[in-house]
Every structure is written in C-alpha cells, then in structure tokens.
Ligand binder design. Structure first.
Ligand code: HEM
Length: 215
C-alpha cells in the first residue's frame, strides 16, 4: 500500500479522478445531457462535488492515523484545492449564469436568503486556505499559525452542510448524511486531540502537522 501511495503516478491518478466530475459536465454539455435546466444542473453538480471533496479532505487525517498510512498526506493539499476549484465553479455559475453579474440582485440574495448567506460564508472561508496552501505560506506563517488558520475548513464544511440543508425543501436525507459525516470527522479530531492514542504519539509521522508540499 505504501509503495502505491508514494508512487509518482498516484498523484496523477488522484488529479485525473478529481477532474472527472468536470469532464462529466463537459460531456453532458456536448451531448445535450444537462437537462431542461442546465444552470440548475451545473449548480447542483458543482455544489455536490465541493462538499464531497471538502469531506474527503477532512477525512485524510483520520484515515492516515487510523490506517497508519502517513503517506495519505501527499493528497490532502490537492483534494482541498479541488474542493476550492469546484466551489469556484459553483460560485461562478451563480454569479455569471444565474445572476449575470447583477450585483444588486446578488446582494438581495445574500441578505435575504439565509442559505445563500451561509454558502457565501462557506466559500469565502476557503479562499485564504487555497491562497496559503503553498510551502512558501507554511514557512511564512509558521506551522502553528498555518494550522490554526486552516481549521477554517471545519467551519466551511459545517457551513456547506447547513447551506445544503437550508436549500432543500423535503429531501433532507442527503444533507443530513453529509452532516453526520462532518460530525463524525470533527468528533474524531476532538477525541484525537484530547485522548491521543499512544501509537500516534510515538510515531512522529502520524502527528497532525502541516504537510510538506511536494512539487
Ligand atoms: C463551500 C461552499 C459551498 C458548498 C459546499 C455548496 C454546496 C452546495 C450543495 C451541496 C448544493 C445542492 C446540490 C444538490 O442539490 O445536489 C448547492 C446548491 C446551491 N448553491 Fe451552493 N455551496 C457552496 C457555496 C455557494 C455559494 C457561495 C453560493 C452563491 C452565492 C451558492 C449557491 C447555491 C445555489 C443557488 C444552489 C441551488 C439552490 C436550488 O436549487 O434551490 N452556493 N450548494
């Protein structure tokens, strides 16, 4: 497993896998498969993938510790950046295709529709994380401060789930499922912080430190 995770191809495989939802949208666009309401379809697909990739990013630390696979850290930055990428597409769909850059209309939405307000918060919080995801920023901020800043991903994930929950009318099962996953991931972190397993303490490669960014 270690050999697989550290192979230079694995990053390319994860990268291509993360591009698949976008390729799927492109394929549908070329084959008239975006349904009768393409804007809604794209908004939903990009929103779904933003949230899924946020959860996968949050799951890296628990998985690397529980499965004793420290090399999983190699993929965390890429997954987080892809979450931001799909979030940007989701947001762009809203401001461009849905609102045609009508600032007054958008302001009305942000101030009057709570699910838009909280979606906005979820996305805004991801911007500094994407900007500071490089090795240079880890150095500049220092590991401790970088880690504190990057805890904003927890708030973004919770806000993303609330955004989803508030926008659905009756089909609450999916947002609640995402919510349950976020809750488990956050509770695991709390437990790991206050009751760390002795194995993780002994093994420095499993401590929660900012990852070394590979080129
Ligand atoms: C991290 C940030 C965000 C996440 C994780 C997220 C996630 C989602 C999800 C999961 C959906 C529902 C998809 C489905 O029904 O299958 C959705 C829908 C939507 N989101 Fe977001 N979103 C985010 C930010 C935003 C922002 C910033 C805006 C606009 C300012 C926005 C506007 C919308 C709209 C308009 C819909 C469709 C609502 C409807 O169909 O009634 N989202 N989002």
């Amino acid at each position: 497993m270690r050999t697989l995770l550290t192979s230079k191809w694995m990053k390319a495989v994860v990268f291509i896998a993360c591009l698949m939802p976008l390729a799927g949208l492109g394929w549908r666009a070329l084959h008239n498969g975006l349904t009768a309401n393409p804007i809604e379809f794209i908004t939903h697909a990009t929103g779904d993938w933003t949230l899924r990739l946020l959860l996968v990013t949050l799951a890296i630390t628990p998985f690397r510790k529980i499965l004793a696979l420290p090399d999983l850290i190699r993929f965390r930055r890429m997954l987080g950046l892809f979450a931001f990428f799909y979030g940007s597409l989701h947001f762009t769909t809203y401001i461009w295709l849905d609102k045609f850059f009508d600032l007054a209309e958008m302001w009305k939405d942000v101030s009057k529709r709570p699910y838009i307000t909280i979606g906005f918060l979820a996305f805004t919080l991801l911007i500094p994380l994407a900007v500071t995801s490089t090795a240079g920023w880890i150095r500049r901020l220092g590991g401790r401060r970088w880690q504190i800043l990057h805890r904003a991903i927890y708030i973004s994930a919770v806000a993303g789930v609330i955004h989803y929950y508030w926008l659905v009318k009756s089909a609450v099962i999916r947002p609640l499922t995402y919510g349950a996953i976020v809750a488990v991931l956050l509770l695991w972190r709390l437990a790991d912080r206050y009751w760390p397993r002795s194995g993780a303490l002994r093994n420095p490669s499993l401590r929660s430190e900012p990852q070394k960014v590979q080129a």
